[in-house]
Design a protein around this ligand. Structure first.
Ligand code: NAI
Ligand code: MG
Length: 363
């Protein structure tokens, strides 16, 4: 059956890197390897210029109806002074909220050709392939009360509240176990149950979901501080790491830097499974922003965007072999020494955004 993809290129380099994914999709369709129907919408500053909003209701409806959304990047100096409610980021926040995207997936993959560009030793990072599953809509970023009190004696008191309910932990645990089954079948669940009640509940709920529904997946529990240490010391021991919003924010940024450049990092955000089809709503996007400093010059690295499309193949469409093929093509153009400016190394060949895209498609 035909599969519907909504492309939201956004602003700045978002349009340049999305153009490379469009070429790749056209190639896969033409060669009979896929049957995607694509539609395109506006988000961020480009939607503001056209409609005065960060995303139109029409494009929002398309996003909700699509099998998956590919998102480029939003923002730029042109829109720094637009009203707060319609600022470019509001488009992404609206998508996350209305699509119910509670699970954020951040892979850390180290391509062999770039292993020496990492700050860590080659043997520690070469071949690294881990996936951090971060709870995105709960925890201390949203818990109430959240306030600062003036105590009147020159002192203030700041309060943030970490709140998790059983259902929130159950659904993120299921995402992690389901993903592990498509990978190396191992999950580390990370919290701090030694000092936090939410950690105690997290440990209890993840253990119960495992025992009742995913006995065939290996589960280990690891305290978040130890997890941070192990990510730097021996990251290849991990496959999938599931954790809360705060620890996930920190651990995923730390893991990202095991791999080199911002221009290489894809991500996905998933929602609840549809009651009839079982398919999860999903949005795939590079971790980086719209890079106004290099936009319009054909300098952007399209790999994070192309790797985000590969994640869509893997996680929304169960096209695992094709996802492997796309990721393999990325690895081999890097092996051959092709580099955009952001990942340039001595002795390598500097290429433009579209030359990099073409080389990956040719592979
Ligand atoms: P940024 O990620 O756009 O750029 C940071 C640095 O990395 C820049 O020097 C940029 O040239 C470079 N870079 C990023 N992606 C690259 C790529 N694919 N290839 C080569 N180099 C790349 O972050 P920055 O500069 O803080 O923000 C710029 C704009 O993007 C702002 O308006 C910001 O609000 C927005 N932004 C949007 C995000 C999104 O759409 N999800 C995420 C982060 C920032
Ligand atoms: Mg962060």
């Amino acid at each position: 059956a035909q599969q519907n993809l909504l492309l939201l290129p956004g602003d700045g380099i978002g349009t340049e890197i999305m153009a490379e994914v469009e070429k790749l999709i056209a190639h896969l369709n033409a060669s009979g390897q896929s049957d995607f129907a694509t539609d395109t919408g506006l988000v961020g500053g480009s939607a503001y210029d056209a409609h005065g909003v960060a995303i139109s209701e029409e494009d929002m409806a398309k996003a909700l109806a699509a099998d998956a959304v590919l998102f480029g990047a939003v923002g730029g100096p042109k829109w720094d002074d637009v009203p707060y409610e319609v600022r470019p980021e509001a488009g992404l926040l609206r998508l996350r909220k209305d699509m119910g995207l509670f699970a954020n997936l951040r892979p850390a993959i180290c391509y062999p050709a770039l292993a020496d560009g990492s700050s860590l030793k080659r043997e520690v990072v070469e071949g690294l392939d881990i996936l951090i599953v971060r709870e995105l809509t709960g925890g201390v970023y949203f818990g109430e009360p959240k306030e600062i009190h003036d105590l009147g004696n020159g002192q203030k008191r700041a309060i943030d509240t970490q709140v998790y309910e059983t259902y929130e932990i159950e659904r993120i645990a299921r995402v992690a176990f389901d993903l592990a089954k498509t990978r190396d079948n191992r999950v580390h669940s990370s919290e701090k149950r030694n000092v936090m009640k939410s950690g105690v509940l997290w440990h209890e709920v993840v253990s119960a979901i495992h025992a009742n529904e995913y006995k065939d997946v290996q589960l280990d529990h690891i305290l978040a501080d130890n997890c941070a240490m192990q990510l730097v010391r021996n990251p290849k021991q991990f496959d999938v790491i599931v954790t809360d919003n705060l620890f996930g924010d920190i651990l995923s940024d730390a893991a990202a830097m095991l791999t080199g450049s911002l221009g290489m990092l894809p991500s996905a955000s998933l929602g609840a499974p549809d009651a009839t089809t079982g398919k999860r709503k999903a949005l795939y996007e590079p971790v980086h922003g719209s890079a106004p400093d290099i936009s319009g010059q054909g300098m952007a690295n399209p790999i994070a965007m192309i790797a985000s499309f590969a994640m869509a193949l893997r996680y929304s469409f169960e096209m695992v072999e094709l996802a492997d093929k796309v990721e393999g093509a990325i690895a081999s153009v890097l092996d051959e020494g092709l580099r955009t400016g952001d990942i340039m190394q001595d002795g390598c060949k500097k290429v433009s955004t579209s030359e990099m895209g073409d080389a990956i498609i040719a592979k």
